[in-house]
Design a protein around this ligand. Structure first.
Ligand code: AMP
Ligand code: MG
Length: 446
């Protein structure tokens, strides 16, 4: 079934039901004017988790594991020494101390990587080094600092406890132990464990390819001179970086002019990807042709318009039969970045096997009052500061959806619910943390 075409005019900043924003409704398969949660739910329901690929374990940091890691090895493989010292039999050193030292003959040496020549007999000791296997018969290690480090005979100055300074064979893992569960995000320690079980390759969820299209006759690439009527295209750079930040693979389709043929040509180049993200042009302005081209290439639009600011004019669809997700993001740079965060990022993370799909949220106190109209959820760019009374979130200047620099002044997005009309300074708000590097910065005190 072909999707219903949009018939309504471009939506401004009004609220549903007002003159500049016609009523919420459903046209065929496609719905309009969804809440943030409804839109996210629809998107995530349509988003598959990608299959597995086998990659080198050393490249697997940040990837999500598909198969459980079951150990084929035992670690340590045998009881071994945790210290440089002397392997002993505890019963030979009962009552030994610095005041009452005891001398034992050093009958052999076990180097790291070697093994004992024979068992330790009563009254004997063996030189041993960290990681070397404990000789049969020995039941403790006296560390060399507690001896005179003698070569032929050694003076012992302590009474060791049973199995002191001995690492038990298999204390880390035994053969058959299930060490890492599917769905785990592999970090540095996981890679170390993979190495210690001898895994050089690992099965992880694939990374989605994301085709990124910019559109508009006014746009020029950053390395080109821009005259007064032109705007340097920044969205694809933001979007590509947002993809890379989570490990997705951006494919840049370039800038399409506002002509259906130009859009179609570029858009077709992105049809093999897992997701297509276009910024600008998925509304109903005279020159906005992206939607008509999308429908031509088999995209069923599922919804258009989300009750949020910035970012109302957002479209989502699916290209059949491939199931490729299509996100038509609004063109204003802040709207593009914010809608990617709310809709594209969670979907891409789901594709990569992540279970935590959304940005971390903290509670903060507003540093300034906020007024808005009810009917849309607002994302307010805020700068964060840790104070003695908690974390304070202060709106980061001009909140126009064209002012991208407000995104670098703020570290998070305060979420002001749809129905709220005003909040006073000091009110508690949820803040999505966008800039995790912020926590590394000393001056903020986090
Ligand atoms: P549109 O959705 O085409 O009406 O675009 C809304 C606004 O976003 C316009 O001011 C565009 O110039 C601007 N815009 C669209 N695409 C980009 C882009 N790739 N980079 C920067 N600004 C853009
Ligand atoms: Mg445009």
């Amino acid at each position: 079934m072909r999707p219903a075409r949009m018939t309504r005019g471009r939506v401004g900043e009004g609220v549903p039901g007002s003159q500049d924003c016609p009523s919420i409704g459903t046209v065929g398969l496609m719905r309009e004017g969804l809440t943030l949660e409804e839109a996210q739910k629809l998107i995530l329901e349509a988003t598959p988790t990608l299959g597995a690929e086998t990659i080198s374990a050393s490249d697997a940091a940040g990837r999500v594991l598909v198969d459980p890691i079951v150990s084929m090895r035992r670690h340590p493989p045998a009881d071994c020494s945790a210290m440089d010292g002397y392997a002993v039999r505890c019963e030979d050193l009962l009552g030994t101390s610095a005041e009452r030292p005891r001398k034992l003959p050093v009958v052999f040496e076990v180097p790291a990587g070697g093994h004992a020549a024979r068992a330790l007999e009563a009254g004997e000791t063996a030189r041993i080094f960290t990681g070397a296997p404990l000789p049969p018969g020995a039941d403790a290690v006296v560390k060399q600092e507690d001896t005179d480090m003698g070569v032929e005979r050694v003076e012992m100055r302590v009474e060791p406890a049973l199995r002191e300074h001995v690492r038990d064979g298999g204390e880390d893992f035994e053969i058959g132990d299930r060490l890492i569960e599917p769905g785990t995000i592999l970090g540095a320690s996981h890679l170390g464990v993979l190495a210690s079980v001898g895994r050089t390759v690992v099965s992880v969820h694939q990374r989605p390819q994301v085709a990124i299209l910019s559109g508009g006759d006014e746009l020029v690439e950053p390395d080109r001179p821009a005259d007064q009527g032109q705007i340097v295209s920044s969205n694809s750079y933001t979007l590509a970086a947002q993809c890379r930040e989570i490990g997705a693979l951006p494919i840049y389709l370039g800038i399409a002019e506002d002509r259906p043929e130009a859009i179609e040509k570029r858009l077709r180049a992105g049809l093999g990807a897992d997701a297509l993200v276009s910024s600008a042009g998925v509304s109903v302005g005279d020159h906005d042709h992206v939607r008509e081209v999308l429908e031509k290439v088999g995209c069923q639009l599922r919804f258009w318009g989300v009750l949020m600011k910035p970012g109302y004019p957002l479209a989502f669809g699916i290209i059949e039969p491939t199931g490729q997700l299509v996100f038509g993001l609004p063109g204003n740079p802040v709207s593009t970045a914010v809608t990617f965060e709310q809709f594209v990022r969670p979907a891409l993370r789901k594709m990569m096997g992540h279970r935590a799909l959304h940005r971390p949220v903290i509670q903060a106190q507003l540093g300034d009052s906020i007024r808005k109209r009810a009917g849309r959820l607002h994302f307010v760019r805020v700068s964060l500061e840790k104070t003695s009374s908690g974390i304070v979130a202060t709106p980061a200047g001009n909140q126009s959806s064209g002012v991208l620099t407000s995104m670098i002044r703020g570290q998070g997005l305060a979420v002001i619910p749809l129905e709220v009309e005003s909040l006073e300074a000091g009110a508690e708000v949820d803040v999505q943390i966008l800039d995790l590097a912020f926590f590394d910065r000393e001056e903020r005190g986090f």
